[in-house]
Design a protein around this ligand. Structure first.
Ligand code: SAM
Length: 244
């Protein structure tokens, strides 16, 4: 499982290059996209298309190729295979057949966005793509209203504004959000704003509705401590004074 760049071609790791050089077959989603990456590095390999709809069938063929001693690499169009991309079924089939699956780590949009967002990332939830329909999306967002961890979502550019409007509707104007767009590319942008301001900014500037993006919902602010009324306070003070 070889991670490939999410925009900047220089982000291919040395180990990824070595594996792509040494392998016999590259499994790719769009063979033109991965073919272009390989060409940029002067590599020419047999490419086999592996997508969600044919993953089970290709996985069986891969087991056969491994039996013949062939070396197989899987890549995604961009980023890490298996992360909101095909790969899990292939890996499970290969393990079940008694072979090893090795991760060659590298770029992934979720980790790249988190690493520069400036949020507390001690714990986070990766939610992948949110439901495309607003009703289902709002129901999903409700689940994180009180979350004490950040939630990372992938979103398609044409749905970004609708998604932000749903976030304002569910969380109110003030929930801190981060929009990480076009990571590692020329127009890389981080917008770290309260939900209402971010939605307004994206609405007003159509450039912000282009390209690839990651949205991070910051943890809900802690609930304000409840006020203690004067009578309870004086009772507590009296009890404290009477204690040895
Ligand atoms: N496997 C990939 C990974 O490891 O990041 C994710 C593949 S998923 C099909 C594609 C989504 O990842 C995009 O819709 C976008 O949300 C996010 N993404 C990919 N590249 C990105 C980039 N350069 N900047 C921001 N988001 C990106």
């Amino acid at each position: 499982m070889v991670a490939t760049p999410i925009g900047n071609l220089a982000d291919l790791t040395l180990r990824a290059y070595a594996a792509l050089s040494a392998c016999d077959i590259v499994l790719a989603e769009d063979t033109r996209v991965s073919g272009a990456l390989l060409s940029a590095y002067g590599l020419h390999k047999k490419l086999v298309s592996l997508r969600e709809h044919n993953e089970a069938a290709v996985a069986e063929r891969v087991v056969g190729w491994l039996g013949e001693g062939q070396k197989i690499v899987q890549v995604s169009d961009a980023g890490t295979p298996g992360i909101s991309d095909p790969g899990a079924r292939l890996a499970a089939t290969v393990w079940a057949a008694g072979y090893r699956v090795c991760p060659l780590p590298g770029p992934s949009a979720v980790v790249s966005a988190l690493s520069a967002a400036g949020l507390d990332t001690g714990r986070f939830l990766f939610a992948g793509f949110l439901p495309p329909k607003s009703g289902q999306r709002r129901a999903q967002l409700e689940a994180w209203r009180e979350a004490d961890y950040a939630v990372v979502c992938y979103e398609a550019p044409h749905r970004l504004l609708d998604c932000l409007e749903d976030m304002v509707a569910v969380y109110g104007e003030n929930r801190p959000l981060v929009l990480a767009r076009e990571l590692t590319k020329t127009f890389e942008t981080f917008l770290r704003l309260p939900a209402g301001e971010l939605a307004e900014r994206v609405r007003a500037d159509s450039n912000q509705q282009r390209g690839e993006c990651v949205l991070i919902i910051d943890a809900a602010p802690p609930a304000p401590a409840e006020e203690i009324d004067a009578a309870t306070l004086s009772l507590l003070e009296g009890m404290a004074a009477a204690m040895p």
